[in-house]
Design a protein around this ligand. Structure first.
Ligand code: F6R
Length: 608
């Protein structure tokens, strides 16, 4: 999603804005720009494509202003070119925007009728003209901005700069996040604390409907009616963390390698590795024993984590789970019971559809729990109970370590729920926790398979379609594997429940169709073997990810065999995620795609 930065500073801010934008690159973008006040006029540099293009523009033609705004754009309205790149201007005003202005057509017609000429295809340009019109009508800068913001419908974060005001940026938030960074004799705005990390760790997050007046030495925050509001300043933890690739070629690879550590970190937040007990549900604003149903919703990878969670909650806690894609759930008008639990899973904690589903459930009187990686996020702030994943900042657009940390939380919570509901006894609890404590060790062993997987990826990089199959918790993992492959390598891939193969997808099988089968030697291994036989009989090429027992007992001919150690059942989706991620990663690297920022994708999806 788009990234926003603003600085009211004392030195030329353009290079600082670009540096901050680099820290927002992980959100995904297709063009970028900065604007500063240059003496008596506003000036901007914009470029299509990566930030290096903008840097080159600035090298050829620098900007010297000490107050400025910057933006990385992820196209919604209008193609990703320089004309549509932000900042957008209207005479005395420059604007950067994240989100969608839903009533932009009506506003554009109104402004066009008033003589305003639009130069871009974006929805954002209406904001610049609206503010500009207010100034022409004699309003002061802050008043004109407020009046314009009050006319906007939809989801937006904004930063507005005025030609005549060298000590002012106005910001606004309604949906996508916007944070104020407090400096000494300088002030900042940014989409998140990571963007502001080099400048400050003193952060104030705006809430929906807030707008703010930021000057070098002061910040004022108002609600949409113009009444002042207080928002707490926090010391951001995220900002202290260094965001770099270390020795790895890509953030994605680094994040795959971080998994043993972050899984261990996350699990230890929910279970005592010494006593082998889950930390239990004391202190929660709800009681798992009192809940009849659990409704989980999320998007993308987080949704697949939720699907795996469903198997665990139903298996260990006998708690029925409804699992939904958040964009469907929010409009599905599902009957929900007051007092039941709704759980939302989100790495960013800002995903628009997930947040809308949360708000819907809150209106129905449900308890709200969220599994989030960003504790200061909107989803976290609007939940009754936060279950953090301790993955650290995830920069690669393709989610990896956040996924396995989400699984770590869900497995622990399912055990805690089982304990509270009396469906597992102390012995079973200890065994399951002991099993979970082994996750980091097995994850480390899975990483050792990288070289072999790289070789297999060379073959995969030559095909057009791939099928992923799995059963039980490895069925959602098959879908996650397909999602990982398609998003970073652009190879078409689908994940299916292995038993569903003969109900349609088997028609696709021929000698050109690799089939990745995720099949640890579990209760239903034999069933998956039958499905592999169906594939093999039709000339399909099988890449089997299994364990030592599975490898020993497979009679089916495989093209490649990836063998993990035998491990407890509860661990398999957590650990098997690693070869699945590595396969997608190396296929994409072989194909030379932009692994960390794949085309068309955004890290934090703050629009519908
Ligand atoms: C895929 C991926 C996306 C996200 C989805 C939800 O690799 O990263 O599918 O999982 O956009 O994002 P969050 O978890 O931030 O709500």
């Amino acid at each position: 999603m788009c990234g926003i930065v603003g600085i009211v500073g004392n030195v030329p801010v353009a290079p600082l804005l670009v540096d901050a934008l680099k820290r927002l690159e992980y959100r995904g973008y297709d063009s970028a720009g900065v604007a500063t006040i240059e003496g008596d006029h506003l000036d901007r540099r914009r470029a299509q494509g990566k930030l290096v293009n903008l840097e080159n523009r600035l090298k050829d033609s620098p900007l010297s202003g000490t107050v400025g705004i910057g933006h990385t754009r992820w196209a919604t309205h209008g193609v990703p070119n320089e004309v549509n790149a932000h900042p957008h201007f209207s005479e005395n005003v420059a604007v950067v925007h994240n989100g969608i202005i839903e009533n932009f057509r009506a506003l554009r017609d109104e402004l066009s009728a008033d003589g305003y000429v639009f130069t871009s295809q974006t929805d954002t340009e209406v904001v610049a003209h609206l503010v500009s019109r207010g100034l022409k009508q004699g309003l002061g800068a802050v008043e004109a901005a407020h009046k314009a913001i009050a006319r906007l419908e939809g989801a937006f974060a904004l930063a507005i700069l005025f030609k005549s005001e060298t000590d002012l940026i106005v910001g606004a938030r309604n949906g996508p996040p916007l944070a104020i960074g407090h400096g000494e004799d300088e002030m900042f705005l940014g989409s998140d604390a990571i963007a502001l990390a080099p400048f400050t760790n003193r952060i104030t997050y705006l809430e929906d409907g807030d707008w703010c007046v930021v000057t070098r030495n002061d910040v004022k925050i108002f609600d949409i009616n113009g009444a002042p509001v207080e928002r707490a300043m926090q010391h951001s933890v995220g900002s202290a963390l260094l965001v770099d690739k270390g020795n790895h070629r890509h953030f994605m690879q680094k994040e795959i390698y971080e998994q043993p550590e972050v899984i261990s970190h996350t699990l230890s937040n929910y279970a005592d590795f010494g006593t082998c007990e889950v930390r239990g549900s004391e202190g929660l604003p709800f009681d798992f024993a009192e809940i009849d149903r659990l409704a989980i919703s999320a998007c993308g990878t987080a949704y697949y984590a939720g699907m795996i969670g469903k198997y665990w909650f139903e298996r260990y806690a006998r708690l029925p789970v409804d699992i939904d894609i958040a964009s469907e759930f929010r409009y599905r008008e599902m009957p929900l019971a007051k007092g039941d639990l709704a759980m939302f899973i989100s790495q960013s904690g800002e995903t628009a559809d997930t947040l809308a589903s949360l708000r819907y459930c809150r209106e129905q009187g449900m308890h709200i729990g969220s599994v989030v990686n960003v504790r200061e996020s909107t989803i976290a702030r609007e939940s009754n109970a936060i279950f953090p994943t301790l993955a650290g900042p995830e920069i690669g657009v393709a989610s990896t370590k956040a996924f396995t940390c989400q699984l770590s939380v869900l497995a622990s919570l399912a055990i805690a729920a089982g304990k509270a509901r009396g469906t597992i006894d102390a012995e079973r609890e200890h065994q399951l926790v002991r099993d979970l404590t082994e996750a980091p060790r097995f994850a480390n062993q899975a990483l050792k398979l990288e070289k072999q997987i790289e070789t297999i990826a060379h073959d995969l990089a030559r095909v057009k379609h791939v099928l992923y199959l799995g059963r039980d918790t490895n069925f959602p993992l098959a879908m996650e594997g397909a999602l990982k492959l398609k998003e970073i390598s652009y190879i078409h891939a689908e994940g299916y429940a292995a038993g569903e193969l003969k109900h349609g997808p088997i028609a696709l099988i021929d000698e050109n169709m690799p089939v990745v089968v995720i099949a640890p030697h579990d209760r239903i291994f034999e069933k998956t073997v039958s499905n592999m036989q169906e594939v093999s009989a039709r000339g399909g090429r099988i890449i089997l990810i299994t364990d030592e027992k599975g490898a020993a007992e497979t009679s089916v001919k495989t093209e490649h065999l990836i063998v993990l150690p035998d491990m407890p059942e509860i661990l398999t989706p957590l650990v098997y995620a690693i070869p699945v991620q590595l396969l997608a990663y190396h296929t994409a690297v072989t194909m030379g795609t932009d692994v960390d920022q794949p085309r068309n994708l955004a890290k934090s999806v703050t629009v519908e």
